[in-house]
Design a protein around this ligand. Structure first.
Ligand code: HEM
Length: 399
């Protein structure tokens, strides 16, 4: 059996991998298998104050899935399901196999697997917990750009799976779906991807399927106001949402055939940033703050009036901000031959009424990018805080 973790294989593939590539590595590798890279062995702790998969780095593969409770399943069965799901997710995040496993992820390490759980507004009706439904979970208002498929929107329960290996990600999805049997059934499921770690020479901000560097001006965990923007404060009501977050999920189809007809300069004007490196058109490099007042030599605004970064910026929206943590999707080509592709847009915030909603309202009215987008599905979930070993996610709501 070829040992595919040997340096020799890595060398043949032209990879440079840490110590294994150093001088003398060949002799060592003959006796000791070496990992080709650290992608498989990297892990993200499941337990903690916040659930994993919110501020953890983007993974290469993602599955979003919403479940509805089956008729007759109420609070007790929902609590038992959250207990089963939590235990399996914590086990898989360590790269171990849960009981009655299906062997799909055998051989692989945890591959930065994260599993994140949330509750939709309808969950509180079905479980008799209406008094515990957060006000922030009020339905999102309609937007003019919406062309929503209700079958692929909303849902009682939400699970986000992310991993840097496709088999590890599918494994987790399948394990969780099987554990739901008899209590909850899949309502909709979407799959997406991001760049594979190691594909770029050094770590870089991801690109989306329009080719733009996407995520530059996201709040960063090192920002002083990161927690206040993304997570529900411990003092907020309802108490069970302490340290949680709210996620808006939108399947946004990109009208790539129309987009591709624009010149590079036109595409850059729509966003307000250069495509090559993501630098703002007001000057500087990718991380230079955007100068919304900056002007060109001829006196015109460097960032157009309807540029996406102008209309979406906190400065244009009373400070409204969110953490965008998306996956790209491609589900083949439609009957006209156009790619069914775009962004599984996910915005995480402490309160969507001070995050996604005001920003999307503004974008809906005057964003140059909107002409190339169609919002096809939408959901909003309350994502409780993380749990300690021995507890389960959502325990403070369901116990
Ligand atoms: C910024 C693309 C939808 C909110 C950006 C940037 C790009 C981009 C390329 C500039 C780089 C960056 O700072 O990340 C897209 C695409 C979308 C989309 C392709 C749809 C497929 C949305 C939606 C919202 C949104 C629906 C919110 C309702 C923002 C915000 C920024 C941003 C808040 C940062 C603005 C700033 O402070 O500079 N987007 N976006 N985007 N986008 Fe979007």
């Amino acid at each position: 059996v070829p040992r595919r973790t040997l340096l020799g294989v890595a060398g043949a593939a032209g990879l440079t991998v840490g110590a294994a590539a150093g001088a003398g590595g060949h002799a060592l590798a003959a006796e000791q298998p070496r990992a080709l890279s650290t992608v498989g062995s990297a892990s993200v702790p499941f337990h903690g104050r916040h659930q994993a998969g919110i501020s953890s780095p983007l993974q290469a593969h993602g599955h979003l899935v919403a479940f509805d409770l089956v008729p007759g399943a109420g609070r007790d069965r929902a609590a038992a399901l959250m207990r089963r799901w939590t235990s399996a997710a914590a086990t898989m995040a360590e790269g171990r196999q849960p009981a009655e496993d299906n062997q799909i992820a055998l051989d692989a390490g945890p591959s930065s697997l994260t599993v994140t759980f949330g509750f939709g507004a309808s969950f509180f009706d079905r479980t008799g917990l209406r008094s515990q439904r957060p006000e922030a979970l009020a339905p999102l208002p309609p937007f003019s750009a919406d062309a929503l498929d209700r079958q692929r929107s909303d849902g009682d329960l939400f699970v986000q799976v992310g991993a840097d290996d496709a088999l590890v990600a599918f494994h987790a999805l399948r394990v969780l779906q099987k554990l739901a049997a008899g209590t909850a059934a899949v309502r909709w499921q979407m799959s997406g991807f991001n760049r594979t770690p190691g594909a770029t020479a050094e770590p870089r901000t991801a690109r989306n399927l329009m080719g733009q560097v996407d995520g530059t001006n996201n709040p960063r965990p090192s920002d002083a106001d990161f927690d206040a923007r993304v997570f529900v404060p411990a003092s907020a009501r309802p108490a069970w949402m302490a340290n949680g977050s709210y996620v808006v999920v939108r399947r946004i189809r990109m009208l790539l055939d129309s987009w591709d007809q624009l010149s590079l300069a036109e595409q850059e004007k729509v966003i307000g940033r250069r495509k090559s490196d993501g630098a703002p058109l007001s000057g500087g490099t990718e991380t230079t703050p955007v100068d919304l007042g900056g002007r060109r030599a001829d006196g015109s605004l460097a960032i157009a009036g309807d540029a996406h970064v102008r209309v979406a910026a906190p400065e244009s929206n009373g400070g409204a901000a969110m953490l965008r943590r998306p996956f790209s999707f491609h589900d083949g080509f439609d009957e006209r031959g156009a790619p069914d592709a775009g962004l599984l847009f996910m915005a995480w915030q402490a309160d969507p009424r001070r995050g996604f909603v005001p920003v999307q309202r503004k974008l809906d009215r005057g964003d140059g990018l909107s002409r190339f987008l169609r919002h096809e599905a939408s959901a909003l979930f309350a994502v409780p805080g993380g749990c300690a070993p021995g507890e389960y996610v959502g325990q403070r709501l369901l116990q």
